[in-house]
Design a protein around this ligand. Structure first.
Ligand code: IVH
Length: 673
């Protein structure tokens, strides 16, 4: 075939394939069989092989192309990707309606109601009808360029039906069936499972190798038109129709109403129908239809005034209150915890629920043995929201709050203004023990291998009485080995972790000391302000309250803490042991441009080019914070050789992972810029 004929045939094939692609993946009404589709693709592939210079990025053969990336480039959104305000019930929706009508006066208002897809927000750019760039939302201002991964999603057109230049926004998600299949395969291969479809969609799109995203059966719904050149659209509903016409997948379950009663009726209907959808939704979105009215309504700092997200009620379950446990915290506050008959709730088994304080028990009239309704909203610890007295058998017994500390037996006191009862005995072993647990915790000194059980053992054996004693433990290796469940290896790991904690930047120590009212954030502010512990210890009340985030109560608490002879002695011992008391982070004004600034980063595995300590220092110098374990708060995981469970967890949670090469590239880029 000559070149000119080939070019024509290639063009015809691409248009045809793109049309079938749309019919299959967007409109769900295929006209040809899979074999016929494959035949067209093969023909195109053969022609492109024969004339490689005719290959263009919008060709359907190019969906999965390119090499794994070293890292994702940043993309600054031309208009920020905002989030929505939340409505948790009918009343919130009516308030929203009132606010809208207050601004718009007597104008008629039309609302578009849509499903709120539980996935990952994306922005897609097209130039002259061709897909050129796709990005994540990121922090709303700056996202990451995930074009390579988005190209693999079949419902994203590489070429629009018309050559327009525009930006669209929508949600990438994993259908429930694809999620179940993926987890089943992972289970068979002995890999860590994804917690839910949203995490697995996010995890898939944050992979640097596009072949992984390609294998994950992701899908999209586009719900908004960004910048549009050369055409005008008057309303959101018109915009959605245009998006559909251009070949995007727009959710069909949308409706327009002219009053809030109908909106509420529609929303309530979906609360029931929701489980039957083939994908997950976490609520509904209600938007003012007219663009002119949207403009009139404008935005608050975080979200538009013309739209709101309605969140479905959290999942609830009924179970039995089997007992109430009372524990003493590090501040001496005595808190009751409900012990529940295990029940499955929002995908996890719940055995305990917080009762916060005695008043709640009294208010709700809780009896041991009661049937109770437990609720879990998001990731918050489950709580008891109602008691079902009609299910009582007469065998239930009242709970009596102890009058004496369950640990040391001294009388409990109720401090003015506070609901909690407290143990005020300074020698109460519970206070000291909980203080050590706090000191070693992840946000404080982050000493791994020292869990609550081990600390309780150390305490009982008299090996530690306060946090300074931890740094003498290396002299007591033999006694440590006598303890149950502590072998050579765990003792060595523990001692190494304690040793390593001496290098921490001082905000960890300040937080770890457990000064009342001083949280992790305040500790960082103080560390940054004073530069070291001595500065803070000698600060006056005026100096402290002069700092933006420090109020008079916290200032007073800091002053009285450092005035305590016991505190001074402990600090002197910590210093003598070599615990760092200087701030090692970047002072606020520096490092804001660095890719690590303000990020929480976990290092795992071994790096070939530097020690862990060096890597931590480099990150800290660029304004990042290194923590020990992977959680939802982690922004980035750097995985060296032999990375294990932390890497798996990061993938499960959809956290971005960099290998050593990519990490070095980012460090290098920073050093040279
Ligand atoms: S409209 C100005 N419509 O929900 C914000 N968002 O906080 C415009 N989402 O992460 C967003 N389905 O990605 C809109 N039909 C829908 C949506 C939707 C899901 C997500 C969105 C964002 C969050 C809003």
């Amino acid at each position: 075939m000559d070149r000119i004929t080939a070019e024509k045939r290639i063009e015809a094939l691409r248009t045809e394939i793109e049309r079938h692609n749309r019919l299959y993946h967007v409109e769900d009404r295929p006209e040809i069989t899979d074999q016929e589709y494959d035949q067209l693709m093969r023909e195109l592939q053969d022609l492109e092989n024969a004339f490689p210079d005719l290959v263009t990025p919008d060709s359907p053969t190019q969906r999965v192309g390119g090499e794994p990336l070293p890292f994702f480039e940043k993309v600054v959104h031309k208009t920020p990707m905002l989030s929505l305000g939340n409505a948790f019930g009918e009343e919130d929706l009516r308030d929203f309606d009132r606010r809208v009508r207050q601004v718009l006066g007597s104008q008629p208002v039309r609302y578009v109601c849509e499903l709120k897809i539980d996935g990952l927000a994306i922005s897609l750019h097209y130039e002259n009808g061709l897909f050129v760039r796709g990005a994540t939302r990121g922090d709303g201002q700056t996202g990451e360029d995930i074009t390579q991964n988005l190209r693999t999603i079949r419902s994203i057109p590489l070429r629009l039906t018309r050559p327009l230049t525009l930006e669209v926004r929508g949600e990438a998600y994993m259908p429930k069936r694809a999620f179940e299949k993926l987890n089943k395969e992972r289970e068979e291969r002995g890999e860590a499972l994804f917690a839910n479809p949203r995490n697995s969609a996010a995890g898939s799109l944050r992979q640097l190798d596009p072949r992984i995203a390609a294998s994950r059966q992701l899908d999209t719904f586009i719900y908004g038109l960004g910048e549009l050149q050369g055409e005008t659209v008057e309303s959101h509903s018109e915009g959605l129709a245009l998006l559909e016409e251009l070949g995007f997948k727009v959710n069909p379950e949308r409706r327009v109403f002219d009053n809030m009663d109908d909106v509420i009726h529609f929303v309530n209907g979906w609360t029931e129908k929701r489980p039957h959808l083939p994908y997950e939704i976490d609520g509904m979105v209600i938007k003012v239809d007219s663009y002119a009215q949207q403009q009139e309504l404008g935005f608050t700092a975080k979200s538009p005034r013309w739209a709101i997200a309605y969140k479905f009620p959290a999942e609830e379950a009924v179970t039995i209150l089997e007992g109430i446990e009372v524990t003493v915290g590090r501040t001496g506050a005595v808190t009751p915890t409900a012990l529940l008959k295990p029940v499955s709730l929002a995908g996890t088994t719940v055995k305990r629920a917080s009762l916060h304080n005695e008043d709640i028990i009294r208010e709700k009239g809780l009896l041991i043995g009661d049937h109770v309704v437990v609720k879990k909203a998001g990731d918050i610890i489950p709580e008891i929201v109602a008691v079902l007295p009609e299910r009582r058998t007469g065998k239930e017994t009242p709970f009596v709050m102890p009058t004496h500390c369950p640990e040391c037996g001294s009388g409990l006191v109720r401090i003015e203004d506070e609901v909690a009862l407290r143990c005020v005995n300074p020698d109460c072993p519970a206070l000291a023990r909980e203080g050590i647990i706090h000191f070693v915790s992840r946000q404080a000194m982050n000493i791994e291998g020292l869990g609550e059980k081990v600390i309780a053992q150390l305490f009982e054996a008299g090996l530690v009485r306060n946090v300074a004693d931890l740094y003498d433990l290396h002299e007591k290796r033999e006694s440590l080995l006598q303890l149950e469940r502590l072998g050579e290896k765990s003792v060595d790991n523990m001692l190494a972790a304690i040793e390593q904690s001496k290098e921490n930047s001082v905000e960890r120590l300040i937080f770890g000391l457990g000064i009342r009212l001083v949280g992790a954030k305040a500790a960082r502010v103080l560390a940054e302000h004073f530069g070291d512990l001595d500065g803070l210890m000698h600060a006056t009340e005026e100096e402290l309250t002069g700092i933006d985030e420090i109020g008079p109560k916290m200032a007073a608490s800091i002053i009285s803490y450092f005035a305590l002879p016991q505190a001074q002695e402990i600090i002197a011992r910590l210093k003598a042991a070599g615990v760092n008391t200087a701030y090692k982070g970047v002072r606020a004004e520096a490092g804001v441009d660095s890719p690590f600034a303000g990020k929480t980063i976990v290092l795992t595995g071994t790096l070939a080019s530097m020690s862990r300590q060096e890597a931590e220092e480099k990150i800290a110098l660029l304004g990042g914070k290194v923590t020990g374990s992977v959680s939802k708060k982690t922004d980035l995981v750097i995985a060296g050789e032999k990375a294990g469970s932390k890497l798996e967890k990061a993938e499960k949670l959809g956290i971005q992972v960099l290998d050593e090469e990519a990490f070095l590239a980012l460090l290098g880029q920073q050093a040279s810029s």
